[in-house]
Design a protein around this ligand. Structure first.
Ligand code: G4P
Length: 536
C-alpha cells in the first residue's frame, strides 16, 4: 500500500471511530411538555458527570440557566441556534433544536431529516398532543428510532399503563418500558430499572423547583421503604413481562417499537437513565444513501447536506447562514468544498465567526455534527457540499402547509424585483410558492407550516429585494396531493382549489377545513387526495 493510501485508510478509520461516538437527536414535543427544561437537565447532568462527579447541585431554575452559560465557556458546550453539543462520557451528543411555539415552521420538520433518533417527550398528564403527533408523523415517514420520555411524573398525571396504551393505540408504536415508576404521578417515589432490577429512589430537596437526589436501593430495601407502592409497581412489571413488552433492538431501529422512560426533568430525576439509554441504544451516524440510492460510507471524504438556512435580518449584515449536517468524512475549517448543485467551489473559512469568540469554535467536525457556514448566499435547503468525488443527497421533502396567503407587490413598478424575491425565497425553502392559471403569476399563493414564515417573507421582500408586499390571508387550512386527472373536478368544488407547487410541480388541493375535506372525499371516492407529510 502506498503512503497516501495508508494515510487515507487511517483517516477513514479515525473518522468512522469518531462517528461511532456520536448520537445526533432531537426532542419532539408539544409546547409546555418540558423541552427546554429537559434540554437544560441533559446538558447539566452530562457536564456534572463529566466534572467532579457532583451529580446534583442546588439552585433554582435561574441558577440552572446561569450555570449553563458558565459551563458553556468552561466546558466547550457549544450552542448555536440550531444545535447543542453535549459531551457525555466517551460520547458526543448533538441535540438539534426543533423550534416550537410561535416559531413552529417548516424548519421544525426539516431538522428531523438531520437526526438519527428522536426523543418523544410527553407530559404525564396530557399524553400525546397535536404538535407531538405531527412531528412523530415525520419520524415515522423516515422510520426513525424514537425513545419516549414521560415527563412531569412529580405532578399528578395519568396511569402509566394507560399512557402506554395510548401510544400503542393511537400511533401504533409498541412501547417497551426500560424503567417503571414506583408511586403514581404526583406521588413519585422512584424508578425501577427493568433490566437490572435496581431501584433508584428520589429524595426531594426542600424548596420546590430544586433538584432531587437519586439513591440506589436493592429490591429488599425498596420493598421495606416503599411498602404498598412497591408491591403495586412490582405487579405491573410482572404484567409487562407477561405481555412481552421487552426491549427489542430490531423493531426499535425500524421505528416500530419505542423504549419508554419515566421521569421529571425539572427536579432532574430520571435524566441520567435517559442519557444512558441514548448512548446505549440510539444509533450512531450510519452510511447515508445518496440520490442514486448508493450508501456514502461515513469514513469517506467529507460530504454534508444543508438542512436549514437562516437569513440575517439585520440590514447591515445581509448574509445567510447554512446549517449543514456532516454525512461523511472529517470537516476542517478552511476547507474548500464543492457545491453539488452548481459545481462551484465553496470556501468554509468563515465557519468560526458563527460561534463567536465566547463560544467554542468548531475547527473540526465529524459525521453527525452540525456546522454553521456563513456567507452561504449560494446555498439552499437540501443542497449537498462535498470533497473529492461528486455526491448528491436526496432532496429534503416539502411538508404539509397549513397557512396560506396571496402575495402582491405593493409597488407595481417593482414587479421584476417582486418576482425575483419570491423565486429566491421559494428556492431557499422559506415558504412554498403555489400558482394557478386562474390566479395568475402576479398574485402567487404562499404556503407555510407556521405563520412566522410569512413574517420572514414580508421583511426580506422589503429589506432585501426592495419590493414591499401585501399578504392577504386565504381561508384554507389543509392541503392534499392530487393529480392531473382529478384536478379539474376538484378545482370546481366549493371550499377547495387546486394549485401547482412551483418547486416540484406537484398539484395540491387546498381545502377550507377538515369537514369540507370529509365531504369531498365522501362524494368523490375515486379522485386522488393524498395526505402530505405531517398533514393535519
Ligand atoms: P417547553 O420548552 O416544552 O415549552 O416547556 P418548558 O421546559 O418551558 O416547561 C413548561 C413548564 O413545565 C415550565 O413551567 C416548567 O418548569 C414545567 N416543567 C417541565 N418539566 C417539569 C417536570 O418534570 N416537573 C414539573 N413539575 N414541571 C415541569 P412554567 O411554570 O411554565 O415555567 P417556569 O416558571 O417554571 O419557568
Amino acid at each position: 500500500m502506498s503512503v497516501t493510501a495508508d494515510n487515507m485508510t487511517q483517516h477513514s478509520g479515525q473518522t468512522a471511530a469518531e462517528a461511532g461516538r456520536r448520537r445526533t437527536f432531537a426532542v419532539i414535543s408539544h409546547p409546555d411538555a418540558g423541552k427546554s427544561t429537559l434540554t437544560e437537565a441533559l446538558a447539566l447532568h452530562a457536564a456534572a458527570i463529566s466534572s467532579a462527579g457532583a451529580v446534583h447541585g442546588k439552585g433554582d431554575r435561574r441558577g440552572v440557566t446561569s450555570d449553563w452559560m458558565e459551563m458553556e465557556q468552561a466546558r466547550g458546550i457549544s450552542i448555536t441556534s440550531a444545535a447543542l453539543r453535549i459531551d457525555y462520557g466517551d460520547c458526543v451528543l448533538n441535540l438539534l433544536d426543533t423550534p416550537g411555539h410561535a416559531d413552529f415552521s417548516e424548519d421544525t420538520y426539516r431538522v428531523l431529516s438531520a437526526v438519527d433518533c428522536a426523543i418523544m417527550l410527553l407530559d404525564s398528564a396530557k399524553g400525546l398532543e397535536p404538535q407531538t403527533l405531527k412531528l412523530f408523523d415525520v419520524c415515522r415517514a423516515r422510520r426513525m428510532p424514537v425513545i419516549t420520555f414521560v415527563n412531569k411524573w412529580d405532578r399528578p398525571g395519568r396511569e402509566p399503563l394507560e399512557l402506554l396504551d395510548e401510544i400503542e393505540q393511537r400511533i401504533g408504536l409498541r412501547p417497551t418500558p426500560m424503567n417503571w415508576p414506583v408511586g403514581i404521578a404526583g406521588d413519585f417515589r422512584g424508578l425501577i430499572d427493568r433490566a437490572s432490577g435496581v431501584y433508584t429512589k428520589m429524595h426531594r430537596t426542600p424548596g420546590g423547583a430544586t433538584r432531587a437526589v437519586e439513591e440506589e436501593l436493592t429490591a429488599e430495601q425498596a420493598a421495606e421503604v416503599e411498602e404498598e407502592t412497591w408491591v403495586q409497581a412490582s405487579e405491573e412489571i410482572e404484567l409487562l413481562e407477561e405481555i412481552g413488552a421487552g426491549y427489542d433492538e430490531e423493531s426499535f431501529l425500524a421505528g416500530e417499537s419505542s423504549p419508554v422512560l419515566f421521569g421529571a426533568a425539572l427536579p432532574n430525576f430520571g435524566v441520567s437513565a435517559l442519557l444512558d439509554t441514548l448512548v446505549s441504544l440510539a444509533p450512531p451516524p450510519g452510511d447515508l444513501l445518496d440520490a442514486k440510492g448508493e450508501p456514502r460510507p461515513v469514513g469517506a471524504l467529507f460530504s454534508g447536506q444543508v438542512f436549514k438556512m437562516q437569513a440575517n435580518m439585520d440590514k447591515a449584515h445581509r448574509d445567510r447562514m447554512a446549517f449543514v449536517r456532516v454525512a461523511s468524512g472529517r470537516f476542517e475549517r478552511g476547507m474548500v468544498l464543492t457545491h453539488a448543485e452548481t459545481g462551484r467551489p465553496f470556501a468554509t473559512k468563515y465557519t468560526q465567526a458563527v460561534f463567536g469568540s465566547e463560544r467554542s469554535t468548531i475547527d473540526t467536525a465529524y459525521p453527525g455534527d452540525v456546522i454553521a457556514l456563513i456567507n452561504a448566499q449560494a446555498l439552499s435547503v437540501g443542497d449537498t457540499l462535498y470533497e473529492g468525488q461528486k455526491v448528491v443527497f436526496p432532496p429534503i421533502p416539502s411538508f404539509a402547509p397549513e397557512h396560506f396567503v396571496v402575495a402582491r407587490a405593493l409597488d407595481s413598478g417593482r414587479y421584476k424585483q417582486f418576482q425575483r424575491g419570491i423565486a429566491q425565497l421559494d428556492s431557499e425553502g422559506v415558504v412554498q410558492v403555489l400558482t394557478s392559471d386562474v390566479r395568475g403569476e402576479q398574485a402567487p399563493v404562499l404556503a407555510a407550516v407556521g405563520p412566522l414564515q410569512f413574517d420572514v417573507v414580508k421583511h426580506r421582500m422589503e429589506e432585501e429585494f426592495r419590493a414591499p408586499v401585501e399578504l392577504s390571508h386565504l381561508d384554507y387550512c389543509l392541503a392534499r396531493r392530487t393529480d392531473a386527472e382529478s384536478a379539474p373536478t376538484l378545482h370546481g368544488l366549493s371550499g377547495a382549489e387546486v394549485m401547482k407547487r412551483r418547486s416540484d410541480g406537484e398539484l395540491l388541493m387546498l381545502v377550507h377545513n377538515k369537514w369540507r375535506l370529509r365531504v369531498i372525499e365522501r362524494d368523490h371516492p375515486d379522485l386522488t387526495m393524498e395526505p402530505l407529510l405531517a398533514g393535519g
